[in-house]
Design a binder for this molecule. Sequence first.
Ligand code: SAM
Length: 282
Amino acid sequence: MLTPQIADKGVTKHILRSFGLHASRRLGQNFLISPAVVRGVVDAAEIASGDHVLEIGPGIGTLTQGLLEAGAEVTAVELDKKLPAVLAETLRGYEHLTVVQGDILKTDIGALMGGEPFKVAANLPYYITTPILLALLEQKLPITRIVTMVQKEVAERMTAPPGGKDYGALSVAVQYHTEPEIVLDVPPNCFLPAPEVDSAVIVCVVRKTPAVAVKDEPLFFRVVKAAFGQRRKTIANALKTLGVSRERIDGALSAADVATERRGETMSLAEFAAVTDALMED
Ligand code: SAM
């Protein structure tokens, strides 16, 4: 049975006080103090004994403890230089834990995790949620499942269908690589200190093959970026930033059966793929 012990307001305050620590706003430190939420994240990660898990930002070890109790082998990357010594105390006795001090955005995750399939679990620092998610998705790592706490508004963008204001380049990237699902809404009082925003736990099951087939993946993402970089413009005008002629753009849109006056935010992944492939022809 999972027995989260660090995930408690009194225990968290005591740990911070004992080590003379203050949660750093700059590092996005909002520590989980809800055993139910820790259990929710661990359950969503579907940990089987021996699963390799990369945890980003273990903090004082709250979620880490839940993952270890569930039988995971955890590699945790933490930027705050003060925290590895704290983790050595709070998680003393757990064998299957490796703590690495460093910036996840500068870490060679493939080399660190060693080529075997692994899962990612994290209560992400909100100031760099999107770069972290994109780095995980774009590096072609053998990740099977990503379970993260993010700002609720970001979770809604990740899962948004075409046509609404939430749908954008992040939605396309996440949905191209994974099947995302929001599994838990988390209010501010589940953290210490409480953030100013609502949060959500989102599960992204990584697809074995991308949601749509494209001949040139980098071009696909350049098309998406161009389409959303100029949201108020028609797709035909927005794609001009790619540096191709209007004639070629119109030809590609017509071949892909996308009207020139459409806007990027109305286009499905399949339509972006069709436009990309058509741009490559001739
Ligand atoms: N996992 C802990 C929990 O749930 O209570 C802490 C989560 S807190 C929201 C985010 C953590 O990420 C902090 O411990 C912070 O120091 C760490 N962090 C911030 N930027 C980071 C980076 N670039 N690389 C690795 N860790 C980072």
